[in-house]
Ligand binder design. Structure first.
Ligand SMILES: [Zn+2]
Length: 167
C-alpha cells in the first residue's frame, strides 16, 4: 500500500494538492517551521523532500503526515482518497490470481490437446502404413509380421484418442 502510493504519487502532485508552488530550483517555503527563504527542497525525481531549515524530510507520506498531523496509515488513506488510487481489495486480488491460474490451466489444456492430436496423427500414419503392407504383401516379411501383430492395437488406441478429442 505504501509502496504503491510512493510509486504513483509524486511530490508535485502533493504540492499541487496543497496549492504550494515550488520555485524554479524546486524549493518551497517550508510549512513546518517559520520559513522566509524557501528551504524545503524536492529531489529524487519528485519522490523525496528535505527541509534544510527544520531538518524534516521523507516521502509524500511523511509530508502529508506532517501537514495533517496524522499517522502513516492515515496519511496513506488520505492520499489514496485524493488521487483515487485505492489499494485493490483482498477479494479482487484473489480474483486476479484465480484468473491467472485459469489462464495457465487453459494454456496447459491447449498444449495437452495439441500433443494428443500429434499422437493421433502419428497413429493414423502408422495404420496407413500397416494397411499398405497388409494389402501389398506377397511374402512373409518382418514388416508384415509387425503390421499383423500391431494393427488392431493401434487402431483401438487411435479410436479411443479420436473419441476423446472430437467426441
Ligand atoms: Zn522546515
Amino acid at each position: 500500500m505504501f509502496d504503491r502510493i510512493k510509486q504513483t504519487v509524486s511530490m508535485a502532485d502533493i504540492l499541487d494538492h496543497y496549492d504550494l508552488k515550488p520555485s524554479r530550483s524546486g524549493h518551497i517555503v517550508c510549512p513546518f517551521h517559520p520559513d522566509t527563504d524557501p528551504s524545503l527542497s524536492i529531489f529524487g525525481r519528485q519522490r523525496r523532500w528535505h527541509c534544510f531549515g527544520c531538518g524534516r524530510g521523507g516521502t509524500v507520506l511523511d509530508f502529508v503526515m506532517h501537514m495533517e498531523g496524522v499517522s502513516l496509515t492515515e496519511a496513506a488513506g488520505l492520499i489514496e482518497g485524493w488521487f483515487n488510487i485505492a489499494t485493490p481489495s483482498p477479494q479482487s486480488r484473489e480474483e486476479r490470481v484465480k484468473q491467472g491460474i485459469a489462464r495457465l490451466e487453459k494454456n496447459r489444456n491447449r498444449r495437452r490437446r495439441a500433443n494428443d492430436e500429434l499422437r493421433l496423427l502419428n497413429m493414423i500414419k502408422t495404420i496407413n502404413r500397416y494397411n499398405k503392407i497388409l494389402s501389398t504383401a506377397t511374402e512373409w516379411t518382418p514388416e508384415l509380421e509387425e503390421a499383423c501383430a500391431n494393427i488392431a492395437q493401434v487402431e483401438y488406441e487411435a479410436d479411443c484418442l479420436e473419441e476423446k478429442l472430437y467426441g
